[in-house]
Design a protein around this ligand. Structure first.
Ligand SMILES: Cc1ncc(COP(=O)(O)O)c(C=O)c1O
Length: 393
């Protein structure tokens, strides 16, 4: 969480005083946020959900993904990306990331099989994926692209907001994200039919409440409707996001420029540095030993060792344990028999190598000039001590 304060308190108090706590009542905070967020992202529609995971599930459902389909996901993401694929009955296929810590377009292309229907590029740590290359591959191989922009709220790729480039985008507003209401999410798309399915997936009785005609047949799904408290907080958070992101972009640029000028330390390659979120300052070290020592001295985290963002930490997936009872496990379904579902701990060894050499340092929009100077000094000292050369500042 970055910025939150009196404005959010006032917005929630207003909802309580109005006694209109349900999202389909007049002057809906959720409805207002959805319209504003769609405009902000540059798409036709947005639908709020209870979480980023629910947003991914609804987006996949909207795109018609289901049993018999494979969906490609990167080796480095929060497990929810792969879990969402299983939630719609399809099978996740895991492919390598490259030095940018995002999905490798080559690995995507090589990972496509006869059953592959979609890919979920993940803008991990607010770092935009190589969307031009990915969209080229997707177009050539007729893949649906659903962007996991859960960590990319407020970021863009070459001027286009993350989440607006593929067929649909999914966002998380949980506590750790760039905008937050504690828990929450949203789906965005310019495909009206997809968004009708998303609405039904989010609230199977929504058509009753919002009085809108729909030309899809409604179906049963796990509801994940957002509350007016979430809508109220998100309307304030949306007013804050551009300043938050531009502060982090600016400090990240400054820190990287100063700490890489000597040529000793290398930043992780970036696809759209002028548009990224700037939430993490990332370096690629020559060896995992150097990365460990650097991370320790500087107070950073090795990307491979966050405890939950690399495929070898996704136990339920690696062990094909999906569904609460065996009959609900897509890995056992006849329809999925032709899908690839053999996972191993070293299946994406290239990713493990790169992630083991990648060090991430938290950025913060509230950093003062003095704190930035101190951080730059710490990074330079650690770089010099680990890589064995003195740096003249
Ligand atoms: C990349 C990514 N995808 C999906 C999710 C799931 O979002 P939520 O926790 O809101 O369900 C997260 C959340 O941490 C995430 O980081």
């Amino acid at each position: 969480m970055y910025r939150i304060g009196q404005e959010e308190i006032d917005a929630v108090a207003k909802v309580i005083k109005s006694r209109k706590l349900f999202r389909y009542m007049e002057d809906s905070e959720c409805g207002r946020f959805e319209q504003r967020y769609a405009r902000y992202v540059g798409v036709g529609e947005a639908v709020m959900t209870a979480s980023g995971t629910a947003a991914l599930v609804a987006a996949l459902a909207g795109a018609g993904i289901g049993p018999g389909d494979e969906v490609i996901v990167p080796a480095h993401t929060f497990m929810a990306t792969a879990v969402a694929v299983l939630a719609v009955g399809a099978i996740p296929v895991i492919v390598d990331v490259d030095e940018s810590i995002t999905i490798s377009p080559e690995a995507l292309e090589n990972g496509i099989g006869p059953r592959t229907k979609a890919v979920i590029p993940v803008h991990m740590w607010g770092l935009p994926c190589n969307m031009n290359r990915l969209m080229e591959v997707a177009k050539k191989r007729k893949l649906i692209v659903i962007e996991d922009a859960c960590q990319g709220v407020g970021g863009a790729y070459e001027g286009k907001k993350l989440g607006s480039i593929g067929l649909a985008g999914a966002f998380s507003f949980n506590y750790y994200k760039n905008m937050t209401c504690g828990e929450g999410g949203a789906v965005v798309s310019s495909d009206p039919r997809l968004m009708q399915i998303v609405r039904c997936s989010t609230d199977c009785c929504g058509f009753f409440w919002n009085g809108k005609e729909q030309d899809i047949r409604s179906f049963s799904a796990n509801g994940s409707r957002a509350s007016e408290f979430e809508g109220a907080v998100m309307n304030v958070q949306l007013d804050r996001i551009d300043d938050t992101i531009s502060a982090m972009r600016k400090s990240k640029k400054d820190i990287l420029r100063r700490t890489t000028a000597s040529g000793l330390l290398a930043a992780s390659p970036r696809h759209s540095p002028d548009w990224e979120c700037g939430t993490k300052i990332c370096y690629l070290l020559p060896t995992s030993t150097a990365a460990e020592a650097f991370a320790k001295q500087v107070g950073g985290v090795i990307s491979a060792k966050t405890g939950r963002h690399t495929y070898n930490e996704w136990d339920p997936i690696l062990n094909r344990r999906a569904g609460h009872v065996p009959a609900m496990n897509p890995y056992t379904w006849e329809a999925n028999r032709g899908c690839r579902m053999h996972y191993s701990l070293d299946m994406c060894a290239r990713s493990l190598g790169i992630l083991g050499r990648s060090v991430m340092i938290d950025n913060n929009p509230e950093f003062t000039a003095g704190q930035i100077d101190e951080l730059v000094g710490r990074i330079e000292t650690a770089g010099a001590s680990v890589l064995g050369q003195a740096v003249g500042r």
